[in-house]
Design a protein around this ligand. Structure first.
Ligand code: PMP
Length: 430
């Protein structure tokens, strides 16, 4: 059996480990987000990034498929975005007032995204989701929000429910210790089950249905044919606000997000990540009559909302993504990468499903058939996959342990081929 000894010089991560121990003296758990905890062989310390690469404390150069958990769609060092941010920085950072770049960023979103008639900015996806939920409850005068098992919409109390529920869970499952339960404010349904949505919203008391229009957090799953259309119809018929959380899919699966790609327009949508290539920008956008409530009694605030440097980065990012053919090469290379990973597992006789979009896909180790919802994802071989990503790291490729792969415009053909070489070695090793 091949193992890591086939490598001339496998990457090691001792210096990251040492610096993590030091970090733990000042940062709780050594990190600033729980999603950076518990990574094998150790959470990494980085010194710099460039194009498709990260450079860590041990001097390893890693091909990066985390891409900041999705934002870095133009790679780590896009000259145009950096120049726009630097230019704005010279004219001021935060005005606590409006600026031309903020209006231009909103105009671009309205031009690119089907549902966007008006926009409000925030600094994180979690906040944008709060905005959308509050607008929906105010617009309908109803309280209950329906979400879906395995869908993630940020870490706040009212929505961190059933993101990873155990099999057969009855009722919404809290995602954190210390989380306040607001009885009846949230219900979690299985996704891709149109009958379940119809039956629930048909009762006429649901404020909003919120979903990732293509499931990307727990595993990349496309909506079943007719599902989004059916949910759209059921929401319209019952006066329920349909919210697509496009924090991952927005500006990543195409310039108009999943709603344009899949052809179903929600009432409200939330965006973040690829919207500003790593600068802290999020947005809630949607139908004018709903968004206008923000100026009519619905409080939406934030000191950093519309921060000018981030807005300049947002404008530069969206302008690039709006160019004709902006996604073409990335889609072709993502397709090649997906196929290569599929072949590597197939040749080794290891069951795995590679599914999703070329710019955000998921490798489901242990699956014999594509997953349809969270219950199917419970069959994943998660421990085996962590062995795989650890083997990849030693070979110079950094991919998320939960199975997602994000692509950037900077992952060129040579980078894809080097990745596939590492994938084949890692598959042999595990
Ligand atoms: N919604 C979705 C679909 C997400 O993927 C995320 C983050 N992974 C969020 C909301 C929360 O965004 P943030 O981490 O910026 O608060």
């Amino acid at each position: 059996m091949d193992d890591v000894s086939e490598l001339a010089r496998p990457n090691t991560f001792e210096e990251s480990g040492r610096r993590m121990a030091e970090a733990g003296r000042y940062l709780a758990g050594g990190v600033s987000s729980n999603f950076r905890l518990g990574i094998s062989p150790t959470p990494l310390m980085f010194e710099r990034a460039e194009g498709p690469y990260l450079f860590d404390a041990d001097g390893n150069r890693l091909i990066d498929y985390y891409l900041g958990m999705g934002p870095m769609i133009l790679g780590h060092t896009p000259r145009d975005v950096i120049a726009a941010a630097a230019e704005q920085m010279g004219r001021g950072i935060l005005y606590a007032g409006q600026s031309a770049v903020e209006v231009e960023a909103a105009r671009l979103i309205c031009a690119m995204v089907p549902c966007a008639e008006l926009v409000r900015f925030n600094s994180s996806g979690s906040e944008a989701v709060q905005g959308a939920l509050r607008i929906a409850r105010a617009a309908t005068g109803r309280r209950t929000v329906v979400k879906f098992e395995g869908h993630y919409h940020g870490w706040f109390d009212n929505i961190l429910w059933s993101t990873a529920p155990p099999a057969g869970a009855n009722g919404p499952v809290a995602g954190s210790l210390g989380q306040v339960a607001d009885e009846g404010a949230i219900e979690a349904l299985p996704w891709n089950d149109l009958g379940a949505v119809r039956a629930r919203v048909g009762r006429g008391d649901v404020a909003a249905v919120i979903m990732e229009p293509a499931m990307c957090n727990a595993g990349a799953i496309a909506p079943a044919p007719g599902y989004l259309e059916g949910v759209r119809e059921a929401c319209t018929a019952s006066g329920t606000v349909l919210i697509f959380d496009e924090v991952i899919t927005g500006f990543r699966v195409g310039p108009g997000g999943a709603q344009a790609r899949l052809g179903v327009t929600p009432d409200l949508a939330t965006f973040a990540k690829a919207i500003a290539n790593g600068f802290p920008v999020a947005a809630v956008a949607g139908r004018a009559e709903l968004m206008e409530l923000c100026a009519k009694g619905v409080v939406h605030g934030g000191t950093y909302n519309g921060q000018a440097v981030a807005m300049a980065a947002c404008v530069a990012t969206l302008r690039r993504l709006q160019e004709a053919g902006a996604y073409d090469a990335m889609e072709a290379r993502g397709t090649r990468l997906m196929q290569g990973i599929r072949e590597a597992f197939a040749e080794a006789g290891v069951p795995a499903v590679v599914a999703g979009f070329p710019t955000i896909f998921h490798v489901g180790l242990g699956l014999e058939a594509p997953a349809r919802n969270w219950a199917d994802l419970l069959r994943l071989d998660r421990a085996g996959y962590v062995r795989f990503t650890t083997a990849l790291l030693r070979r110079g490729v950094r991919a998320l342990e939960r199975g997602a792969w994000f692509l950037s415009t900077e992952h060129d053909d040579a980078v894809i081929e080097a990745t596939l070489e590492a994938v084949r070695g890692a598959v042999r090793e595990i």
